[in-house]
Design a protein around this ligand. Structure first.
Ligand code: NDP
Length: 255
């Protein structure tokens, strides 16, 4: 009996120890869950994937051409095909995910047309930019809402730009891009209002001017710094922050 009692005590202590280990591991992961990142094969999306994977999150990274997404695949994350302008592709993604909960959706995929003056505007380009930057996040968010409802964190982060701020626009230029991000901002406010009371936090995030294919070599920021800042903000968000506009440095931006 005495040996039996001792063994029970040892087993109990072991179980408590295992629980304590599990708790501290979870804490070190900063509340890790499942994150889905669009446009994850390069630029900021790739850096998001790298950092979330390193922090212990389950990362689902989307790419238009998974076969060519060598850097993303090298991270060992799940890579899925997605063109945010194509409803069939979006529906396929939702079907593939099935009932899987998603804690955090990062609508990151985007394009940047060059048009500084009215005569430079190519309307097909502008239409395409709105399809990717504005309607794309709307399609993806709608399709994945059931998965997000099953997630614990219920966070939706739309990657915007300071160029999408109307209050900040004193210099003009960047036709098409500015409008696409301002409309994305408005979508995010509406989404925050619609999902208020359901535990969701929906925000827009300005990553700063970052060296990527889009940002170009003159950008002052490197992707690791921008994404580390954004992750810090996302981590601290609560539903009370829903419908707000942030910079990667953790400051709120004017609309
Ligand atoms: P990149 O050009 O480096 O990468 C863009 C990503 O979006 C690529 O993965 C690209 O895929 C993907 N993408 C483009 N079109 C589609 C589509 N139709 N469907 C799915 N994916 C698509 O840009 P960044 O990483 O610099 O930008 C990421 C986000 O950050 C964008 O929303 C951008 O507007 C925003 N941003 C960036 C800034 C910067 O300075 N870099 C500043 C402010 C905002 P593919 O490889 O197949 O083309």
């Amino acid at each position: 009996m005495a040996i039996c009692g001792l063994m029970t005590l040892v087993l109990l202590i072991g179980a408590v120890g295992a629980c304590a280990q599990g708790g501290s591991e979870d804490e070190s992961k900063g509340g890790a869950g499942t994150v889905l990142i669009t446009g994850a094969n390069r630029g900021l999306g790739l850096e998001f994937s790298r950092q979330y994977a390193a922090a212990g999150w389950q990362v689902i990274g989307t790419a238009r051409r998974p076969d060519a997404a060598t850097d993303l695949k090298a991270l060992g994350v799940r890579v899925v095909q997605l063109d945010v302008t194509n409803q069939e592709s979006v529906d396929r993604l939702a079907r593939d995910l099935g009932d899987r909960p998603i804690d955090l959706l990062i609508n990151n995929a985007g394009i940047f047309p060059m048009a500084a003056t009215l005569p430079e505007i190519d309307f097909d380009n502008i239409t395409r930019t709105l399809a990717v930057n504005t309607i794309g996040p709307m399609r993806v968010t709608r399709a994945l809402l059931p998965n997000l409802r099953r997630g614990e964190a219920k966070k939706i982060v739309n990657i915007t730009s300071n160029l999408g701020s109307i209050a900040d626009n004193t210099d003009g230029q960047f036709y098409g891009y500015r409008e696409s991000k301002a409309a994305l901002n408005m979508f995010t406010r509406s989404l925050a209002a619609e999902l208020r009371g359901d535990g969701f936090t929906c925000i827009v995030m300005n990553p700063g001017w970052v060296q990527t294919d889009m940002g170009g070599p003159r950008a002052p920021l490197q992707a690791p710094e921008s994404i580390a800042g954004i992750r810090g903000v996302i981590d601290r968000l609560t539903p009370a922050d829903s419908g707000t506009f942030w910079t990667y440095e953790g400051k709120q931006m004017p609309w």
